[in-house]
Design a binder for this molecule. Sequence first.
Ligand code: PLP
Length: 361
Amino acid sequence: MTEFIRPQPGIMDIALYEGGAAHVAGRSDAVKLSSNENPFGPSDKAKEAFLRAVHKLHRYPPTDHAALRQAIADVHGLDPARIICGVGSDEIIGLLCNAYAGRGDEVVFTEHGFLMYRIYSQAAGARPVQVRERERTTDVDAILAACGPKTKLVFIANPNNPTGTMIGLPEIERLAAALPRQAILVLDGAYADYVEGYDGGAALATARGNVFMTRTFSKIYGLGGLRIGWGYGPKAIVDVLNRVRGPFNLSHAQLETAEAAIRDQDFVIRCREENARLRAWLAEALAEKGVPSDTSTANFILARFADEAEANACDEFLQSQGLIVRRVAGYGLPNCLRITVGDEASCRRVVHAVGQFKAQR
Ligand SMILES: Cc1ncc(COP(=O)(O)O)c(C=O)c1O
């Protein structure tokens, strides 16, 4: 029977997304530095809100997310009517692909861009178009050269994962202004909170009809396990996405925890400062051991090795020391390892282990 049951064309071409490893067999002191999580977890206020939500387990949550949208709007100075909330920013990326791209359309993203852009565009039946980067950095001219009448969406993560690099607002503005009329520029700001003074592209998404921004509670807010993200942009786009989103996509616990988290900006500032301090220390200490990286603007660094064999050997050695980092061959970077900036003790362990590894060679 099942031989007659088939998914839509293209679905079986989708490569399964693999999350960062979380365990090392036989080690109870393993540190997970493979998923760009906040080593300090969420703010206490967020945890308290989560616990309070237990009393509403029998109630359906609100469908309009009004309180969370208002909190986001207050903190970022945005119009709440132009905000949409989702199950991680992943859901918002998926909604954009489903609503705007289909068979015969193209979705453009960069060479070392986030894997979900490809997966969601394939799931929607559209053709993914991958554009080269310049020295692991988004290249606006290369993107523009790849755009044409079929382009419906252009995704840029700024800062980008897994490279950690970012481009400036004038470059983004130049891209937005030169895109074909039917294309939306999506600025993925999953790591924007780590960049002091950067609005993630919010002002551009306010001013332009073709720019949309996505954000997440999974990184600096330390809520990756709860799955909450949001998008902001032209009212017309938000209206379209709301038509295809599940009405009860976010639970009371998600909505109320996220609201408490975003209202605790003191916590965010502390995390941003600590990340910047430890990131600079980690990058410099690894460079001294012979492992360079590009200047990162996010909560991870992309450590570069001589070749794939050395990167894999270092990964194995780090695992033997209870340190779990991320191989990024799937992102076209086989000679690199992505290392999340952990707490101070974890950063020191990484540098010590990489030093031991390099000394053996
Ligand atoms: C660039 C980028 N965008 C989006 C996401 C999705 O995050 P979430 O669905 O947890 O909001 C991630 C997660 O790693 C990411 O790295």
